[in-house]
Design a protein around this ligand. Structure first.
Ligand SMILES: C[S@@+](CC[C@H](N)C(=O)[O-])C[C@H]1O[C@@H](n2cnc3c(N)ncnc32)[C@H](O)[C@@H]1O
Length: 208
């Protein structure tokens, strides 16, 4: 028995920062010119997988620091032979700085970012002024930011960052969707938190 079997090559569904040189040309990357949406910290990829099926006219890229989680989503994309969805293993800030062309992304989704409860760990949070500046640079004019969390305090921080930024307009939040089955949630964390009865805070903004 092999203790550490080599991981299955999931390319092109799972790629890492090392697999990609320079800024991504979306037309070449996805083989079409459809709008591109990015899911930041996509976890095991429920949003990426369901969006690729329900909205074949868009392309979706999930970015996930935890390769194990990212690869779980990529296995489902491979099974579906999805042409319009990929998961990139790596840090979002590095990816945004190195690989994404300014004004090339139609929407950025940040669902249930890790709260990092302890004060001394707060700087590890993903939704910061740095991310806001990157999103303002990478989104197309009138592009969207969607962010949901069950952590009221973190939602306060996210809302303050976004609502006080003149580059973005605050839009009314979407209505809560009543799921028809277990995969009918926006993300795995939304499912987990709603099943626990937690309120979910949903935000939506548009670049002016
Ligand atoms: C609480 S989970 C939420 C996962 C998914 N969005 C959901 O709603 O089910 C947060 C995810 O963000 C990822 N993450 C944290 N920091 C990140 C970073 N700097 N770049 C990319 N992903 C990150 C974590 O590995 C984790 O999978």
């Amino acid at each position: 028995m092999q203790l550490n079997p080599p991981s299955v090559d999931l390319r092109p569904w799972f790629l890492t920062l090392n697999d990609i040189e320079g800024p991504i040309d979306w037309s070449t990357f996805f083989g079409n010119d459809n709008p591109v949406e990015i899911d930041v910290g996509c976890g095991r990829g429920l949003f990426v997988v369901s969006s690729s099926v329900s909205r074949p006219d868009i392309n979706v890229l999930g970015i996930e620091l935890d390769y194990r989680e990212g690869r779980r989503g990529a296995r489902r994309l491979k099974k579906l032979e999805a042409k319009n969805a990929r998961i990139l293993g790596g840090d979002v800030q590095q990816t945004f700085d190195r690989l994404i062309v300014p004004q090339s992304v139609a929407a950025i989704h940040v669902y249930f970012p890790d709260p990092w409860w302890k004060k001394k760990h707060r700087r590890r949070r993903v939704f910061t002024d740095v991310l806001v500046n990157q999103m303002a640079r990478l989104l197309v004019p009138r592009g969207f930011v969607h962010s949901w969390t069950d952590v009221e305090e973190y939602f306060g921080v996210i809302s303050a960052l976004m609502n006080h930024d003149d580059r973005f307009e605050n839009l009314p939040p979407p209505d809560e969707h009543q799921p028809e089955h277990d995969m009918d949630y926006q993300t795995s964390f939304e499912r987990k938190k709603r099943k626990l009865g937690c309120p979910i805070y949903r935000g939506r903004w548009q670049l002016r």
